[in-house]
Design a protein around this ligand. Structure first.
Ligand SMILES: C[S@@+](CC[C@H](N)C(=O)[O-])C[C@H]1O[C@@H](n2cnc3c(N)ncnc32)[C@H](O)[C@@H]1O
Length: 258
């Protein structure tokens, strides 16, 4: 599968997006994720594509000293940020990091069994998601939950319209992560899991300045260097006429029970 994108493994861009979601978002995506995952004390959790630890750190707190989170990412830079935060938050003892591709986890986790597996905005980066879903099923204990989430087809429609209007082009039909989340990802889990539920989460991001909007766009895979100046001018014009620019994160979540 392996979705192309300039910021897929860029820890600094990821952090800028997380800061924007926290500052301008109406809701907290973690609340929705954790309500689906149903995390409890002493659990063993696998966090795939954990990035800088947005979910790993709160999950490490929730499982407590006798639980454990194994956090996997292909970016050592992202894992270093995660480890720093874990030390600051006093949860490093219950976190193990693993720097490898999602496609290689079976080799590293041969004898591990987990209560929960999470993949937030990452499953579609696997070269072979079909194999990965089978591996996830094998690493889960019976009754364990796998939850993955990512963009729905109309994700950030407003920002995409703004971006493509600068190029004089229509917004292209969905490909990449959204196409995976809408179809292939759901089909793959239904083939191996006994119970699958699909849920939606919507989070409006309300930017209050041209600078904030530009900072978000320039950390997002939509970004194009050639449009940089045009985007800044158009964002300034937008804020001459309006107090806010609102775009909505539209997220699909898939919960699968073994
Ligand atoms: C959008 S971030 C999501 C981070 C975190 N789960 C969150 O929701 O905030 C995607 C993460 O997947 C990692 N990633 C991308 N391709 C990968 C691969 N093939 N194997 C493992 N991790 C990968 C990136 O380095 C990045 O940290």
């Amino acid at each position: 599968m392996a979705i192309n994108g300039q910021f897929n493994t860029d820890a600094k861009a990821l952090n800028r997006r997380i800061v924007a979601h926290d500052k301008y978002g109406e809701k907290d995506i973690n609340e929705w994720i954790f309500s689906n995952l149903d995390v409890a004390r002493n659990m063993m959790i696998l966090d795939l594509g954990c990035g800088t630890g947005k979910q790993t750190i709160p999950m490490a707190k929730a499982v407590g000293k006798d639980g454990r989170i194994v956090s996997v990412d292909i970016s050592q830079e992202a894992l270093n940020v995660l480890l720093e935060k874990a030390t600051e938050e006093n949860v490093s003892e219950q976190i193990t990091t693993l720097c490898c591709s999602l496609d290689d986890i079976a080799i590293h986790l041969e004898n591990e069994r987990f209560d929960r597996v999470l993949s937030s905005y990452s499953l579609y980066y696997a070269q072979n998601p079909e194999n990965l879903v089978k591996t996830i099923w094998e690493t889960l204990k019976t009754g364990g939950i796998f939850f993955f989430c990512g963009p729905a087809k109309d994700n950030n429609r407003e920002l995409k319209s703004f971006h493509y209007s600068l190029k004089g082009e229509p917004v292209p039909s969905e490909s990449g992560g959204a196409a995976f989340m809408e179809k292939l990802g759901q089909r793959l889990v239904r083939e191996v899991f006994r119970h699958v539920e699909v849920t939606m989460f919507e989070n409006p991001l309300r930017f209050d300045s041209a600078e904030a909007l530009y900072a978000y766009w320039s950390s997002y895979n939509l970004y194009e260097n050639e449009l940089d100046e045009r985007f800044k001018v158009a964002a300034a014009e937008h804020f001459n006429r309006n107090s806010f620019f609102v775009t909505k994160k539209r997220v699909i979540g898939v919960k699968a029970v073994k």
